[in-house]
Design a binder for this molecule. Sequence first.
Ligand code: SF4
Length: 220
Amino acid sequence: MSRIQFQIKGGIKLNITDIIEKVEKTVGQHKMPYEEPWKILISTVLSQRTRDETTEKVSRALFSKYRTIEELSNADLRDLENILKPIGFYREKAKRIKEIAKIIVENYNGNVPESKEKLMKLPGVGSKTANIVLSMGFHQNYIAVDTHVHRIFNRLGIVKTKYPEETEKELMKIVPEDYWIRINSVFVEFGKKICRPIGPKCSICPLLEQCEYGKNVVKK
Ligand code: SF4
């Protein structure tokens, strides 16, 4: 497999595959609590602008009451709002997930579409959500860039991007395809345990030597 090495600020040389492997060895991979594509889709929609722990709790409650996508498509909106209350924008999200479920039942015979184009036509589904469903639910080769992946690769200086969509494009240029599917699982776990949004644990991070951002955090 090709080893891609490139230089970032300060003349530091980075090898992208070594970084991914080092991180994976340290924290492992985040395990999606669900395997069914419709549950991955709905919980990812719920996760938008919501803390991971809250999304997991609310998704568990939702799927224990609505066990199939057909049941979700027929759900009472008020009941959905009650279940979703702990998460941000719960009213809009209740409406959105019911609508998504209805479209999938009516237009796709209850099966989540396996194409990015079709997924992105569903309400509230952007590139990140589509890529998560395709990579985790259908094992297709996509890089799912969420806030963890976006933040960490910018902190490391591997990309210099403003939005996750730009990060996705940049990573596709520099990460070998064999690593695409697992990037999200590895870096979500790393983002939760070490490179946290607030208070990253740089002093115990295996990437500290290669990370200017981290060195500044440790100096303070
Ligand atoms: Fe994140 Fe700090 Fe590690 Fe850099 S050194 S990757 S900022 S935890």
